[in-house]
Design a protein around this ligand. Sequence first.
Ligand SMILES: CC(=O)N[C@H](C=O)[C@@H](O)[C@H](O)[C@H](O)COP(=O)(O)O
Length: 225
Amino acid sequence: MVDVLAGLRGRLIVSCQAYPDEPMRDPRTMTQVAQAAVAGGAAAIRAQGLEDLASIRMAVDVPVIGLWKDGDAPVHITPTLAHAVAVAHTGVEVVALDGTTRDRPDGLTVAETIATLHERTDALVMADCSTLEEGVAAVDAGADLVGTTLAGYTPYTVKTSGPDLGLVERLARAVEVPVICEGRVHTPDDAARALEAGAYAVVVGTAITHPASITGWFVDALRRP
Ligand SMILES: CC(=O)N[C@H](C=O)[C@@H](O)[C@H](O)[C@H](O)COP(=O)(O)O
């Protein structure tokens, strides 16, 4: 598993996710998107949902970071231990879960969730966080990687127009585990700046794998006076 992390240093991870009721919400489609990303040089794939994960894990030869978005509670990225174990059982190398200190639907803490997952499976854990304090706490709780995934998506954080590079910088100074810059990395320049800010690796989702959003960016630009 140490090799998994070593292979991600300085590299691009592509998040391949389609949202409920979208046309591309189909495991075969997401698998093809993941294969295309790997062909383009992605060092790992991040993906969502048990079916997508099982299919993508079989189809690509790079590590997969898996999550399961479920429920309407504020904590919905791999929200419970049962979700985390199910994600690990798809064969992915890394389980991503909500690493904030908010109440979890099963009443467990992040530390209890990570400890039990580590006991029961070989998967590494990526804690999706929104603040420096959450990242530090998640690492203390046993997270193997920490991501800025939720910066701007919790009620107490501000959504920066690009990636939250300030948070990347502060986290990279504060923790010993790899810091993954994730969220609103929309250009190659954003990605390069994330590494300069101290990120170990960079996740890009929307800007590579979400055609509806990318189309919208162009449509909006044409509407400007
Ligand atoms: C906040 C949240 O739920 N983020 C999710 C986490 O898996 C995904 O919807 C994002 O696409 C992913 O984090 C990549 O970010 P971006 O698509 O901005 O490159």
